[in-house]
Design a protein around this ligand. Sequence first.
Ligand code: FE2
Length: 385
Amino acid sequence: MPNELIRNFDYVEMFVGSAKVTAYWFVKALGFEIIAYKGPENGSKESCSYYIQKNKIKFVLTSSLTPRQYEINSFVTKHGQGISRISFEVDDVELAFKQATDKKAVPVKFPDKSEDEFGVFEDASVGIFDDTELYFNNYDNYKGPFVPGFTAMNGIIKPNDKDTALEEIDHIVGNVRENEMERWANYFINSFNFEEIVSFGPGDIETQYTSLISKVVASKDRKIRIPINEPFDGIKKSQIDEYIEEYKGTGIQHVALMTNDIIQSISVLRENGVEFIDIPDSYYDMLKEKHDKLPKEKQMDESFDELKRLGILCDFETEGYLLQLFTKPIGDRPTLFFEIIQRKRGASGFGHGNFLALFQAMEKDQASRGDLVDRKNRSSLKDKS
Ligand code: FE2
């Protein structure tokens, strides 16, 4: 697929237990606005969806209204709340679908045109990971609030006054089983003409307990970036193992939301009650040492104390630096979470330098769930203590 066909990340759809309650959280906690709705009131008897937006970030939250609705019910029963679809906006849906499936992408939805008084919307989809779909969408001939079937909804639920300053999707990450990373990296490379831009092998990312390998595949122009993680044979169960066990399969681990002012974003998100992973003080001791050795022009613009107070992580690259922080899992299972990210002075990485600190912090949470287990005898470290 010529990558020029792909314009940008489009919406991300989640299948959830209650779209209404989840929409309330996205609005109040993350600052999204409800733009459009589909449900029994406008002809959708079996499912209900809220289309929400924050700047260029678009989400659809969907739940089932009847036991007969198989697709959503089976997904939620198996995976819990999770991302069922990600999508790209493309120039030509038919061509994108044809070129992907010619290269062995698994067809799920054949190119389709749907129509209402606002025009014609086109989409198609292929499978990725276990039960996730990748949609190709085109709205060039559609002027409605979202897609046919949705009607504009002028939010009764309004975001809080303070701006969370979240701008757009930076990257979307998948977790796969052992021995599957190569396969999925090649799937993206072959089916969508992506290329591998980063690769971490055995031993590169390793704590006392966790070990993983990771590759980043991206479109040629780097607008679409998909890191893929695979558990590696660590002594103990890794977060990736935990995700796969709890999600009952492979899928989307996190969506990274880009901000131009991470201090503002994290301050407001914390005020709104969003929970973030706890970063140990030792991380900032290490960071300060590293930072103070840098020449003045490479040091951070932000106040170090402010970063520490807000628990923000920083990864220095050869040129710029990356500021990031990860939420705790947003649902009831330890699966999907968000990343808040700011790229400074052209930073282009994904914070792999922070993985160790991140994993150590996450392992504390894993232990509290009795999930930090020895892979050989499956006994929980928490049970032992
Ligand atoms: Fe990330």
